[in-house]
Design a binder for this molecule. Structure first.
Ligand SMILES: NC(=O)c1ccc[n+]([C@@H]2O[C@H](COP(=O)([O-])OP(=O)(O)OC[C@H]3O[C@@H](n4cnc5c(N)ncnc54)[C@H](O)[C@@H]3O)[C@@H](O)[C@H]2O)c1
Length: 308
């Protein structure tokens, strides 16, 4: 299985490559970056470790060499300029993103290739990929609220002094301001979190706000998120490669099957396997969670309407 990371010289792309290298499941990792030197340097550094970790082929390449890629992971993005509005940044990133899709189309790609979007605004860019790549909708997915969910679970576990991998709690909706925490189905080792000693609405609110603000906190302290996002990218790639049918909060095109949401891409409980998005599942939500998810979809539609 060959994975090409576009933006692979950057922090998120190179950290994802390292997580995939440690995972040892994909066989070939290609890095493409507008900064060729950076891509070469990261690929070389990763390749130096390949004899210790896994026998993978790792190199910096180009779109021609990407034609037989099974999974494109797109992490290329621009950072906000001082005084720039959120919408201006979105439009600059959209235009950069469209040029990447055009480069992939120009070089050619496998009919069955999957397109996995990480760059922000991730839900909008996932939606544009569905509209512009002329591949079946199930072959396009975005990281969505995977990272928010991972942060949420890890913070809950740290607060409750529980094993992090046993905590299951989702964040759904937009990867952004309107994301919503799902406490109704949150568990630890199969037991409801809501009933555990010490858990109460004030603590729930504190944990969600900390998870939601985590991106900004990490940017302030070290410049940008990398390791946790890299690990969540690898989790999705492995679910695709190993046909895991794993239920994940990835972002994908909504056709009205769940929660009455259609014609927008965002995170709902999604089964991920070899074919990409295998299915969406409507799990019971508390009324306020369902309303929150639906208003998240409306907020994203408003943003999409303003994208040039
Ligand atoms: N979805 C999520 O949960 C999530 C989490 C963290 C970061 N992100 C997003 O990931 C993106 C990358 O973040 P980062 O911290 O790695 O930034 P970064 O600046 O470290 O890396 C971005 C890379 O993209 C490259 N690039 C720019 N234009 C390109 C083009 N046209 N073709 C190929 N490469 C190009 C740059 O040279 C750079 O190496 C951003 O959009 C960021 O918002 C998403």
């Amino acid at each position: 299985m060959k994975v090409t990371i576009i933006g692979g010289g950057g922090r998120v792309g190179s950290n994802a490559a390292f997580a995939l290298q440690c995972g040892g499941i994909v066989s070939e990792i290609q890095l493409i970056d507008a900064n060729q030197d950076l891509a070469e340097g990261e690929a070389l550094d990763l390749m130096h470790g390949s004899s210790s970790i896994g026998g993978q082929v790792i190199y910096a390449g180009d779109y021609e060499r990407a034609r037989d890629t099974n999974i494109y992971v797109i992490t290329a993005g621009l950072r906000r300029k001082p005084d720039e509005s959120r919408l201006d940044l979105i439009n600059r990133n959209v235009s950069l993103f469209r040029s990447i899709l055009a480069d992939i189309r120009r070089a050619g790609h496998l009919n069955c290739a999957k397109f996995f979007i990480v760059s922000n605004p991730v839900d909008i860019l996932t939606h544009l990929t569905v509209q512009e790549m002329n591949v079946p909708q199930n072959q396009v997915l975005g990281l969505g609220t995977m990272l928010d969910t991972a942060r949420f679970r890890s913070l809950i576990a740290a607060e409750m002094k529980l094993c992090p991998t046993e905590v299951k709690a989702l964040i759904l909706g937009e990867h952004g301001d309107s994301m919503i925490p799902v406490w109704s189905s949150a568990t630890a080792a199969g037991l409801p979190l809501a009933g555990m000693a010490g858990m109460n609405p004030a603590l729930q609110n504190k944990l969600f706000e900390r998870a939601k603000g985590s991106g900004a906190e990490v940017i302030r302290r070290k410049g940008g998120a990398g390791w946790a996002v890299g690990v969540t990218i690898a989790e999705v790639v492995h679910a695709l490669v190993l046909d895991k049918h794993q239920l994940l909060p990835v972002s994908s095109y909504q056709r009205g099957k769940v929660y009455g949401i259609r014609d927008i891409s965002l995170s709902v409980p999604t089964i991920v396997g070899r074919n990409g998005v295998v299915d969406h599942m409507e799990i019971d939500l508390w009324p306020k969670e369902k309303q929150g998810l639906q208003s998240s979809a409306r907020a994203l539609k408003e943003t999409l309407a303003q994208v040039k």
